[in-house]
Design a protein around this ligand. Structure first.
Ligand code: HEC
Ligand code: HEC
Length: 206
């Protein structure tokens, strides 16, 4: 086999290393040497790094991870009104972060956007399909039911809810629950296109 430093090969090497690290097989491989740029070079004895790509299993079936969806704007429509006053403004964006620095903008306890799939761009309109409702459970066990509007936006203010909270989305199709308690009510700050702070992506319909 010819050794190439393509990303696919590196990914294959990495997954192979993980596979063999986790099994007790006594086969051993010459270890590729990391280079300063993070790449790998073949061992100095001139042998191949010992990875036969034909043996590398295919990637884990994407069907097993509901968040392995392509980047797409499912609604096919976007908010184009900038910061024009509207409950349908700026879907996908961090509502509370912007409102905190905007004169005249309401101070929400929680706010965010529900999408049909996991990786949708900012300003793409979300959804309230299947009777979706966002349910917040605060630190005292009080529940707040927030129905998203036609573009998936939801918000609540003046509730007196006590942090931290957990959240779930329920619809006729089922439920998705956030088990990790949060203290920041700005859902879209974490539930971005790609997801930040360990969030898997957008708040997605069940
Ligand atoms: C980039 C900044 C920005 C972002 C992001 C943003 N807003 Fe706003 N929002 C504003 C400003 C500024 C106002 C006040 C506009 C005015 O008074 O003319 C406002 C006002 C509002 C209002 C009041 C409307 C009314 O009729 O009283 C609602 C509701 C609202 N925003 C919801 C949201 C939601 C939900 C999100 C997130 C999905 C969001 N906003 C994201 C800047 C933002
Ligand atoms: C500080 C980051 C952060 C904020 C803010 C946040 N989340 Fe999450 N969310 C996460 C992380 C991390 C996960 C994955 C772990 C888990 O499910 O607890 C998650 C998972 C979820 C899930 C479950 C996804 C699934 O199917 O497994 C839902 C639903 C959800 N969040 C809704 C919300 C809502 C609604 C808000 C705002 C009221 C919110 N989140 C605010 C980080 C955040």
């Amino acid at each position: 086999m010819t050794f190439s430093k393509s990303n696919a090969t590196l990914a294959a090497l990495a997954s192979t290393a993980l596979l063999f690290a986790g099994c007790s097989a006594s086969r051993s491989f010459p270890t590729p040497t990391p280079t300063e740029d993070g790449g790998l070079v073949p061992p100095e004895d001139g042998s191949s790094p010992g990875v036969d790509l034909g043996d590398v299993p295919p990637p884990v079936d994407a069907g097993g991870d509901p968040y392995a969806t392509p980047t797409v704007c499912s609604s096919g429509t976007n908010w184009t009104g900038g910061t024009r006053r509207s409950a349908s403004m700026e879907p996908g964006m961090a509502c509370i972060t912007c409102h905190a620095r905007s004169r005249g903008a309401p101070r929400f306890d929680v706010a965010g956007t529900v999408y049909a799939t996991a990786h949708e761009p900012d300003a793409c309109n979300g959804t309230n399909a299947s009777g979706a409702v966002v349910i917040i459970t605060d630190a005292n066990g009080a529940e707040y039911r927030l129905p998203p509007n036609a573009v998936g936006n939801f918000s609540a203010r003046g509730t007196g809810m006590v942090m931290p909270y957990t959240a779930r989305v329920e619809s006729t199709a089922g439920v998705r629950a956030m088990l990790a308690p949060q203290t920041n009510g700005d859902c879209n700050a974490c539930h971005t296109l790609a997801g930040t702070s360990s969030a898997p992506g957008r708040i997605m319909l069940p």
